[in-house]
Design a protein around this ligand. Structure first.
Ligand SMILES: *Cc1c(COP(=O)(O)O)cnc(C)c1O
Length: 345
């Protein structure tokens, strides 16, 4: 079979959740937006609920519906995008909690779903989602009288512990929320690691659950094993792949492996990326094609049937570096053509 195998360790996801939960005194939620960072929203949410997570976060109401189907009634599911036009039936039927981002959303919410739970998202400086201080001042008393289930904001630079933006946003969030009764949340993975000042009543880790930086102690979650279709000898002066971009300087042994940019292996990483054949690191050569990649397997003694792109030897962040991106994009790009195997918690 030429199909690559993506293995997702649900036990490692749950262990990462427990490790992040142990760092903070309040509740630890779980961010499962974008199909749980590409790893399978239903399976991941179910495993985390079994591990003890009670509050889940998604970006869109539609994603919340998927999580509700997987979890059944009980857990709280919050929607970062808030209450958008047309969302009311989804929010009502799946019992989702929109994080209200503006006065317009607040009006829409109380009109369409009076009495339905909601949270508030505040902008503490990132200028992405949430009410700005002036808007909040105008709405605050009325919104708080309706008892929001959570009041949250989001940090722009939490992956850089020494960035001045962290203290600035912390201070702004305090100014906007000190003294309110509703539970508060400021931090994702990065803010959880910044320390207790940033924890408030609830943290919202995503990437740390899935084995990515800035949670350096995270257990790896994904491994990707790619079948070798062919191995050939290439003479000096011969080229490999589209555009003749790689030319052999010496006699070389080249393996053609069965995955490509259609599987989310970002084409631009080609010149800097490696795969592992057993314990041997092998350079990718030539351009990454849609379905195939060339690899220099000269140093390999016993050629295995498959090579590893992600796993024990290479993390999502190492691969991200080769592509000039972040682990988040590596995960959410993982293709739909892989056979997905789950290791239970
Ligand atoms: C994506 C997201 C998170 C999770 O962030 P990580 O860096 O993956 O931990 C938390 N809160 C909000 C508002 C988000 O958009």
């Amino acid at each position: 079979m030429a199909q690559s195998v993506l293995t997702i360790d649900l036990g490692a996801i749950c262990a990462n959740w427990r490790a992040l939960a142990a760092m903070n005194a309040g509740e630890t939620g779980a961010v499962v937006k974008a199909n749980a960072y590409g790893l399978g929203a239903g399976k991941v949410a179910k495993a985390l609920a079994d591990a003890g997570a009670r509050t889940f976060f998604v970006a869109l109401a539609e994603e919340g519906v998927t999580i509700r189907k997987a979890l059944g009634p009980g857990p709280t599911i919050c929607v970062f995008g808030g209450h958008m036009q047309g969302d009311a039936p989804l929010l009502r039927d799946a019992n989702l909690v929109p994080m209200i981002n503006s006065i317009d959303q607040m009006l829409r919410h109380v009109e369409a779903l009076p009495g339905h739970p909601f949270g508030i998202q505040l902008d503490s400086g990132m200028n992405r989602l949430g009410m700005e201080p002036a808007e909040w001042t105008a709405l605050r008393e009325i919104a708080l009288s309706q008892k929001p289930v959570l009041v949250m904001s989001h940090l722009a630079c939490a992956d850089e512990p020494n960035h001045g933006m962290n203290a600035f946003q912390l201070q702004t969030f305090h100014q906007m929320t000190d003294g309110i009764e509703a539970p508060r949340s400021l931090s994702a993975t990065g803010g959880t690691i910044l320390g207790a000042d940033y924890h408030f009543d609830m943290t919202r880790p995503g990437i740390g659950l899935y084995g990515g930086l800035p949670f350096v102690d995270a257990l790896p979650v994904v491994s990707l094993s790619i079948p070798v279709i062919q191995v050939r000898d290439v003479n000096p002066g011969e080229s490999v792949g589209y555009g003749n971009s790689w030319v052999a300087r010496v006699s070389s042994r080249i393996a053609t492996i069965s995955a490509g940019y259609a599987d989310g292996i970002i084409r631009a990483m080609g010149p800097k990326a490696f795969v592992w054949a057993g314990e041997t690191r092998c350079k990718i050569v030539g351009r990454i094609s849609m379905d195939l990649i060339g690899v220099d397997v000269g140093p390999v003694k016993d050629m295995p049937d498959t090579v590893e792109l992600l796993g024990r030897h290479q993390s999502i962040d190492t691969l991200a570096d080769a592509a000039g991106t972040i682990g988040y994009e590596i995960l959410t790009s993982l293709g739909s053509r892989y056979e997905r195997r789950y290791i239970d918690g």
